[in-house]
Design a protein around this ligand. Structure first.
Ligand SMILES: Cc1cc2nc3c(=O)[nH]c(=O)nc-3n(C[C@H](O)[C@H](O)[C@H](O)COP(=O)(O)OP(=O)(O)OC[C@H]3O[C@@H](n4cnc5c(N)ncnc54)[C@H](O)[C@@H]3O)c2cc1C
Ligand SMILES: NC(=O)C1=CN([C@@H]2O[C@H](COP(=O)(O)OP(=O)(O)OC[C@H]3O[C@@H](n4cnc5c(N)ncnc54)[C@H](OP(=O)(O)O)[C@@H]3O)[C@@H](O)[C@H]2O)C=CC1
Ligand SMILES: O=C(O)C(=O)Cc1c[nH]c2ccccc12
Length: 411
């Protein structure tokens, strides 16, 4: 794994690919490469594996999809794990995964800049400590790299606490507090639910339409049902069935302030990437009045919020459940493969490969199953190139100092 050659203290040539990010995606690629005899180096900005899961998620989090849909390649979840593993179980799975494939990322390396050098044909990847160089660059920094913090009018005037869900651990510190939760995706719903369980008083902002589906239907996961139906029926029919199923278990959610989009849940996910909410209990708390649904915020005041319908409510705290974004545009330079939002322009299933040795894993908007798909494709592709330059018939030493000197002279 860590067979890179040190050229000078701050400049390292990596014979195999450089992978940016030690989340499930980066680890999956490293494992698949290792399994095919290709070494790699992972650069990770934090001091741990799967930092999203370890540092930026709440205590009560469980996987939303049954474990077999969230498996990384080459290693299933332990049999004794429940259908929906907890955050701690998922982290322990990821740690065993890295140990099994002897993956040792270089921690505390924030990639600040990565650029392809057409002269040497190599990628130069700069961290705060130096430059790493390789023929291949695998982008594995994730769809959730940075919190989205919207510029809501008046937010700076608010005197109470404001946190993004990525910094929320549990409702224990919010007991008996009135909390405004901005956003009603899976994070907004689950944080509101958690707040209720700690006797806080959440008000959840729903500014738009939203699809809510039950996580399970008579013991079967709704996601699993959808995947099975999609093998046999057209997408629109599957969406109709899912909505019938949702109405039969959750009832009509319109009068709770949760209007459904005109487009069905799976079609909407495919077209816009917007994940339907998989309900694990928030809907019944909305129905019972424990979670209040509010309209869009007009402005935040010193002590609370004014809403578009003219209502004004005082709050002790605000939780921004406003989602996440990719950070690729901040560090990947001169690149036309990604949109300005940092997502591959090429849609699934072909978004994993760019040009000049560039790859991306985990940007499919298909969660961990998308990661597994990308990782296998990337490892197969790089292995073919690796064999050509390092196989028994190869006459080329890709670690040649000639290539490195060329590069140094240019920079
Ligand atoms: C609350 C929550 C729950 C989720 N639940 C599920 C679920 O149940 N099932 C599912 O399939 N998906 C789920 N997801 C989707 C999630 O994207 C995946 O679970 C998974 O974490 C994606 O892995 P990744 O490696 O692509 O990204 P991440 O897990 O985000 O890992 C990316 C890594 O890159 C590092 N990094 C970022 N920028 C840099 C840089 N410039 N330099 C160096 N390192 C960098 C980060 O520190 C991080 O460790 C959930 C997401 C969230 C937010
Ligand atoms: N247990 C699990 O497996 C969980 C999984 N997740 C996953 O993590 C990912 C991120 O989810 P999440 O954090 O919920 O983010 P999402 O992007 O899914 O949702 C963001 C929410 O914030 C709202 N929003 C954004 N900006 C504003 C604004 N300025 N004013 C008001 N509302 C705003 C959006 O509304 P609008 O639609 O109007 O833009 C939307 O309701 C998803 O893939 C999700 O499925 C999250 C939690 C738990
Ligand atoms: O929870 C997430 O973030 C996921 O991306 C999991 C997921 C992928 N495809 C879906 C379709 C419907 C619900 C959840 C997912």
């Amino acid at each position: 794994m860590d067979t890179c050659r040190e050229l000078e203290p701050s400049h390292i040539f990596v014979p195999g690919p450089i992978i940016v990010g030690a989340g499930p995606s980066g680890l999956a690629v490293a494992a698949c490469l290792s399994n095919r005899g290709v070494p790699s180096v992972i650069l990770e900005r934090t001091d741990c594996l799967a930092s999203l899961w370890q540092k930026r998620t709440y205590d009560r989090l469980k996987l939303h999809l049954p474990k077999h849909f969230c498996e990384l390649p080459l290693m299933p979840f332990p049999k004794n794990f429940p259908k929906y593993p907890s955050k701690q179980q998922f982290i322990s799975y990821v740690e065993s995964y890295a140990a099994r494939f002897n993956i040792k990322p270089v921690f505390n390396q924030t990639v600040e800049k990565a650029k392809f050098d057409a002269v040497s044909g190599l990628w130069n990847v700069k961290t705060q400590d130096g430059v790493y160089t390789s023929t291949w660059l695998v982008v594995a920094t994730g769809e959730n790299a940075e919190p989205v913090v919207p510029d809501i009018p008046g937010l700076k005037k608010f005197t109470g606490s404001v946190v993004h869900t990525s910094a929320y651990k549990s409702g224990s510190v919010f007991a008996n507090r009135k909390v405004l939760v901005v956003g009603c995706g899976n994070s907004g719903m689950e944080v509101s639910l958690d707040l209720c369980r700690y006797n806080a008083l959440p008000h959840m902002v729903v500014r738009n339409s939203v699809h809510v589906l039950p996580r399970d239907f008579f013991g079967l996961s709704t996601f699993g049902i959808a995947m099975t139906l999609l093998k046999w029926f057209p997408l629109k029919l599957v969406d109709t069935i899912l909505l019938l199923l949702a109405n039969s278990t959750l009832g009509n959610t319109d009068h709770l302030g949760l209007r459904r989009p005109k487009t069905g849940p799976i079609e909407l996910k495919n077209v816009t990437g917007k994940t339907p909410v998989l309900d694990v209990g928030a809907i019944s708390l909305i129905r019972s009045g424990h979670i209040r649904v509010t309209q869009a915020v007009k402005e935040i005041t010193k002590n609370g919020a004014k809403f578009v319908n003219g209502q004004e409510i005082e709050f002790d705290s605000i939780i921004l459940a406003t989602g996440y974004k990719s950070n690729v545009p901040y560090w990947l330079k001169d690149n036309s493969f990604f949109t300005k939002e940092g997502m591959p322009k090429t849609p699934f299933p072909n978004g994993w490969k760019g040009e000049e040795g560039l790859y991306t894993v985990g940007f499919t908007r298909r969660g961990l199953s998308g990661t597994a798909f990308d990782a296998v494709k990337i490892a197969d592709d790089i292995k073919d190139q690796w064999m050509k330059s390092n196989g028994p018939l190869s006459s080329r030493n890709i670690c040649s100092s000639h290539i490195i000197h060329l590069h140094f002279n240019k920079s």
